[in-house]
Design a protein around this ligand. Structure first.
Ligand SMILES: [Zn+2]
Length: 401
């Protein structure tokens, strides 16, 4: 561990940072946070959405803070050590023992106590581009997903709030489509993962202008598929939908609570209902939930009233075993380990489109979607994952009430 009086400062700082990165990669954490406080520096890891102080890294002497930050910047090869008053981004690649080369994304931000750094271990992103894994290896979800992204034109949207996994799912869809010999351009803010067989464009500041310029240019380049990381305003929304109408496939994420709400969100942005109805084909929505630790989960006995309250039928209650969390060494006594995406899928039917164009409200559209059998809801998926022993009743409740 570091103490304030270092004999061989450079060497010890180098070793400290090396050890920190190695520990983070080995412990499969997603983020490493180096946070300056008033009198000390705090290192925290983030795993399964929970921040914690790794053993042996509590309260680093503040006098060493700038050396640690400098060392990390040096490793990126691009970040400026002489700048500490404005945010910087960088990447670093580090060889970690037998694991081999590991990529980390690095970001700094100036705080009142000095520069704070967050490093994301790209390898430890539990989802990355593997759609089967993201969809929890669920055959129904995988089949529905693959069938609907196998299209030559129109628009596919990925909805959810911030931190819902929507961008991850969108990227995985692009990755799946890119297995075919197609011209695919992505416009991302920022590019987080390299997707093979695609041309990835990163937009930076002045989002609106550059994003649209890039999209307009892409449209002239004979593309088959365009992926725009997020629809944030009317201009980009319009661009995406026009693209889908012109004969190629457009994929994008949009920040909304669920799939049906996405249609109305586009209207709020100023998109005409007929344009939405004639281009949007498929909407996937998602939210992350704590997954039961598969090592220590145990059978749970719930009352029939409790189970019926979340929407289970008497038959389902009789036929399934339910589980709850317990806590063990593998999950740090949390009872949960990892997170999984609760998924919603909506295929737009003709009846739905007609109702939407004719001014139908959320309730009406939802009713039609369910009647047409094209709407698999977050509640449906939460119940399926509850019955499958992946989540507990408490978590399932968040999606069904
Ligand atoms: Zn456990």
């Amino acid at each position: 561990m570091l103490n304030a009086e270092l004999v061989n400062k450079d060497e010890e700082i180098i070793k400290f940072v090396d050890d920190l990165l190695k520990k983070a990669v080995e412990d499969k954490v997603v983020d490493i946070h180096v946070e300056p406080k008033d009198t000390y520096t705090q290192v925290r890891f983030k795993k399964d959405g929970v921040l914690f102080i790794p053993e042996g890294y509590d309260k680093i002497p503040k006098i060493l803070h700038s050396y640690i930050i400098d060392r990390i910047k040096v490793l990126t090869g691009t970040m400026r050590r002489d700048i500490d008053k404005r945010p910087q981004d960088g990447k670093l690649r580090k060889k970690i023992g037998e694991i081999g080369d590991v990529d980390l994304r690095v970001g700094t931000i100036p705080t009142i106590h000095g520069e704070s750094i967050v490093m994301r271990v790209m390898k430890n992103d539990p989802y990355q581009l593997d759609i089967e894994k993201i969809l929890n290896n669920d055959k129904y979800l995988i089949d529905t997903f693959k069938r609907n992204i196998d299209t030559k034109d129109g628009v596919i949207l990925f909805s959810g709030l911030s931190g819902s996994g929507k961008t991850t799912i969108a990227r995985a869809a692009v990755n799946e489509i890119a297995k075919n010999p197609l011209k695919i351009i992505t416009i991302e803010d920022p590019v987080k993962v390299v997707i093979e067989n695609t041309t990835q464009v990163q937009v930076s500041n002045h989002f609106d202008v550059i994003f649209e310029t890039a999209a307009r240019q892409a449209y002239r380049m004979g593309i088959d598929v365009l992926y725009m990381s997020e629809i944030r305003n009317k201009e980009v929304a319009h661009m995406a939908l026009e693209g889908g109408l012109t004969g190629f496939l457009v994929l994008s994420a949009i920040s909304t609570q669920n799939a049906i709400e996405t249609l109305f969100r586009l209207s709020q942005m100023g998109i005409k209902e007929y344009l939405t109805a004639s281009t949007v084909k498929f909407i996937v929505s998602s939210r992350l939930a704590d997954k039961l630790c598969q090592h220590c989960k145990e059978e749970a006995v719930y009352s029939e009233t409790e189970l019926k309250a979340v929407g289970l039928t008497a038959k389902e209650i009789k036929e399934n075993t339910f589980y709850k969390s317990k806590g063990c060494e593998k999950c740090n006594q949390r009872g949960y380990s990892g997170r999984l995406a609760i998924i919603e899928m909506l295929e737009l039917s003709h009846n739905m489109k007609d109702a939407f164009i004719n001014g139908g409200d959320n309730e009406e559209i939802t009713k039609i979607a369910k009647k047409d059998g094209v709407y698999y809801t977050l509640a449906d998926d939460a119940l399926k994952k509850f019955k499958g022993g992946f989540i507990d009743l408490e978590t399932a409740r968040k999606f069904t009430l």
